[in-house]
Design a protein around this ligand. Sequence first.
Ligand code: ZN
Length: 289
Amino acid sequence: MDNLLSGLGKFGLDEGAANNLFEDANVVTKQNADGSVSKEIAAPKEEDFLLLKAVRCPICDGTFRTIQIKSGRTKRKEPDMDLRPRFEHIDTNKYDITTCPKCGFTAINRYFGHLSSLQTKMIKEGVCDKFKTPPTQEITEIKTYTYDEAIELFKLALYTSVVKKASNSEKAYACLKISWLLRGKMEELAVDKEKNKEAIIATQKEYASFYAQAFEGFVKAMSSENYPMCGMDQSTVDLLIAAMAFNLGKYDYSSRFVSSLIVSRTAGGNIKKRAHELKEKLVERMKNK
Ligand SMILES: [Zn+2]
């Protein structure tokens, strides 16, 4: 192949820079023992999907940097039945949180702004003024969160939502997010079941508590709040409730929502497809009972 950039050498530039123009940046060239050369794709690291973004805190007005997901970089996988989003190489749920290193205000990203002056006052007095030291330090470079670090931040967000007297759906959403993180943690622990036996049991127990609370909160919210709820339209919430009820063994409750989704005039194709999948699971479960 001709050198596409021949002639640029006189500017002190590398004429070979375009030799593998469309090669994946993650391809690594490996020298084999017999002297031959082979190419492998290196698995991307979690930090490859992260970036830092400057944010202003609505409570203390300080600016700081927060970790965010690079949009467009991540590759979506089939979500769990209860809509927990899943991506290749990263659990994006861990980063759906913002915490101010100056005053400690912590919220799930969708709830970080848009506070009334009364809520701001309640958060300042009920959370931020109580911190002896802020719970997190200033972030200066990209870092990954462990599940435990992320779960702690989401618990702070839940605490804050209680203090600011948030809607039931917002509190339920925090519980759901925490249970999704605990599920991710269990998947991580399951890699070495023998070694992590006790941790798995403890995590499972915590998971069950948060999941039950999330379900209760959404059921309450459905009878008193308007849609969209936590960014979800009614049929998405119905599907979520049906899947959560299934996971909690409340099969009759789950069937009711599944049946109405299947005949719904407003539910989209993807929601209906998932409702049918859930129906198959329900039929199977009923048979085994
Ligand atoms: Zn702040």
